[in-house]
Design a protein around this ligand. Sequence first.
Ligand SMILES: [Zn+2]
Length: 81
Amino acid sequence: MTGWTLGSIKARGLTLEGHCQGKDCGFFATFDLDRLIANAGADYRVPEFVPGIECPECGGALKAVLAALPPGDGSKEAGAG
Ligand SMILES: [Zn+2]
């Protein structure tokens, strides 16, 4: 249990990711907050482990992790090289 609701995560400008707990897997997915809120509601309390979703790589449990959105909201291109 993270103690966070979908609405509070969005209000703080954070994003929600699911990190696989499988050994040597390392898979993670970023969830669409707006879509989750549309489905479950902004008051939905995010559990520690995301129910009903498993890792597509190894079938392991996905642990809910909060992450900051990458800086910059413009159309900046990452084309260094
Ligand atoms: Zn996995």
